[in-house]
Ligand binder design. Structure first.
Ligand code: PTJ
Length: 250
């Protein structure tokens, strides 16, 4: 049974409660791992500290991420349980605008969950979803988790990979493979945030619509403009700015 009817629209944290509801529904449907609910709780705590809004450093990171995706030769969006439950439609939209492939990649990989996530993405309009079943036949070296299994047409040969809710290990391994990693992670202290090429410290439910909007705006603009956005972007500086805001606010 959905708990949506328990949430008054006037509740000051209506949006946050609605997001929780999407995850618990995703869990009941077998899309979200039980551990994904706990991971979201950690994200919520950081989001609370950020004032549940997209802060300036995150806006700059989103701008650079849009430029990086549009300049990439083989961009891939990596989807797990939480990102499917929260942003499946947005993943498909962003993939279409930026010419990215979509790949399912799970920490708690089961065939059943892979298939459910793939079906959801297809129902949202994806033409092709990589990385499920036997398609995940390539291996990320030195990575021991199930996330090491990737699609040779997707993450394995990608030059840019967009990741959500990571455990850090894979981001590090992908960077070692000379790929550029864009991470959306509410925790600026996490290994993922620190190791990614470009870190968007924001909730995926806010970052994705903004990323779509900017990618749409930037599409068709000359390479030079996109390259200059990236040239002026410094991820370490952005992370420091974010941490400074957190420290100064409390
Ligand atoms: O791949 P799956 O679906 O089998 O599940 C993997 C989970 C999500 C369980 C796994 O990746 C995990 O345990 O994640 P972690 O290590 O707990 O990391 C989650 C990170 O994502 C934390 O740093 C959170 O702050 C952050 N986070 C949680 N919710 C959001 C988020 N970042 C952005 N937007 C969110 N909504």
């Amino acid at each position: 049974m959905s708990h949506l009817s328990f949430i008054p629209k006037s509740h000051p944290r209506y949006f946050s409660l609605l997001t929780r509801e999407k995850l618990t529904e995703g869990f009941k449907k077998g899309i979200v791992a039980a551990e994904g609910l706990i991971a979201h709780g950690r994200g919520e705590a950081f989001d609370y500290i950020l004032g549940e809004k997209t802060l300036n450093p995150a806006k700059k990171a989103i701008k650079a991420a849009a430029a990086l995706l549009l300049l990439a030769k083989n961009p891939v969006i990596s989807v797990n349980g939480n990102s499917a439950a929260l942003s499946a439609k947005e993943v498909v939209k962003l993939a279409k605008i930026t010419g990215s492939k979509i790949e399912v990649n799970l920490f708690y990989r089961t065939e059943k969950r892979e298939k459910k996530i793939k079906d959801l993405l297809m129902a949202c309009g994806a033409a092709l979803v990589l990385g499920t079943g036997k398609d995940a036949s390539a291996i990320i070296p030195e990575l021991l988790s199930e996330r090491r299994k990737v699609d040779p047409r997707g993450i394995f040969k990608a030059d840019v990979v967009l990741v959500f809710l990571e455990d850090g290990d894979r981001t590090e391994s992908l960077v070692k493979m000379r790929k550029k990693v864009i991470a959306i992670d509410l925790n600026p202290f996490s290994r993922t945030a620190q190791k990614a090429t470009l870190t968007i410290v924001d909730n995926i439910v806010r970052a994705m619509p903004n990323l779509i909007k900017l990618s749409r705006e930037f599409k068709g603009q000359g390479e030079q403009k996109l390259k200059s956005i990236l040239k002026n972007y410094d991820n370490k500086k952005i992370l420091k700015e974010m941490i400074k805001i957190i420290r100064n606010n409390y």
